[in-house]
Design a protein around this ligand. Structure first.
Ligand code: GLU
Length: 305
């Protein structure tokens, strides 16, 4: 007997500002992907990085999602309430030798080589123990040698040598906060997420997250990375680029435009349809195969700053 797994997807915005059109595109992709397959959809507010979170932004994002007609199947999870789970995961990784304490300060790493994303490529100073007289400030993941591969549902086979691309990266920071990479893996596993559908800007994190999941012995989800939305000048729509908050736009138009960005080719007359009709069409016609493989899609001018 084949037991078909019910897919579980999620949208996990960082509450550093209001929901913008680029995030709506990622949310629509994740939502349609699992809903069209009869699966469950969850929302998580990724506020593990407390200083980046803006007061009230998580609540505002949830209100915007509700206005757009998204329905989630469980109360949203907030990462700031999940420290106990992250501590437990870190302890497990420590017990199994996957993490080590690191005494290096930013200053000590000033001359270290840089990874492709500009972050410090850790030279391994504390890999075999903290130098005498120094104390551990952060905890790093001991990245295994060799290649990590996954089959992205949009981009096909992706292969990365995490030891070269990122080096031993931090899981627990010197300021006491847990790193995004650990929190995401722990939370997705706890929620039983089978399908991560998110913006391609997060692609560089995926192999790292797979390494953590394997070290923890939890299931590795499937991944699909969808294009990020850029403005007329080619800038990614983001909170930093001051993309307009989406609440000023009619929900049906936003979902329609997101479908266009996702290559779904909605019929022109749907642009004037009420919101439930747009969702009905989207659910009936969703196709991951139509999602553009290019990294960027241009939005209509109205969502720019
Ligand atoms: N919170 C992350 C962000 O907004 C996304 C996390 C994820 O989808 O894995 O960039």
């Amino acid at each position: 007997m084949t037991v078909l797994e019910t897919p579980v997807g999620r949208f996990a915005p960082t509450p550093s500002g209001p929901l913008h059109f680029g995030s709506v595109v990622a949310a629509v992709a994740s939502y349609l992907d699992v809903r069209a397959a009869g699966g469950r959809w969850l929302v998580r507010i990724d506020d593990v990085d407390r200083p980046r979170a803006q007061a009230g932004a998580g609540e505002a994002i949830l209100a915007s999602l509700a206005r757009l007609g998204f329905e989630w199947d469980a109360p949203p999870v907030w990462q700031h309430q999940r420290d106990a789970a992250y501590v437990a995961a870190l302890k497990r990784l420590m017990a199994d030798g996957w993490v080590y304490g690191c005494a290096c300060t930013r200053k000590m790493l000033a001359d270290a080589p840089r990874a492709a994303d500009g972050a410090t490529l850790y030279p391994g100073t504390c890999r075999n123990g903290v130098p005498a007289g120094l104390a551990a400030r952060a905890w790093r993941f001991r990245v295994p040698a060799g290649l990590t591969a996954f089959d992205d549902r949009v981009h096909g086979r992706i292969v990365e040598d995490v030891s070269q691309a990122a080096g031993d990266f931090v899981l627990h920071r010197a300021d006491g906060l847990f790193a995004y990479q650990l929190a995401v893996v722990v939370d997705d596993a706890a929620a039983g997420v089978t399908d991560v559908v998110r913006g391609i800007d997060l692609m560089p994190s995926t192999a790292r997250q797979i390494c953590i999941a394997r070290a923890l012995g939890v299931a590795v989800p499937r991944y699909a990375h969808v294009p990020v939305v850029v403005d007329a000048g080619g800038q990614k729509l983001s909170k930093q680029s001051l993309a307009r908050a989406i609440d000023a736009f009619p929900p049906a138009l936003l979902i329609y435009d997101a479908l266009v960005c996702l290559g779904q080719q909605p019929p022109a007359e749907l642009a004037d349809a009420p919101l439930p009709a747009v969702w009905d069409w989207a659910l009936a016609h969703w196709s991951m195969a139509r999602v553009p493989r290019q990294g960027e899609v241009r939005s209509r001018r109205i969502y720019d700053r």
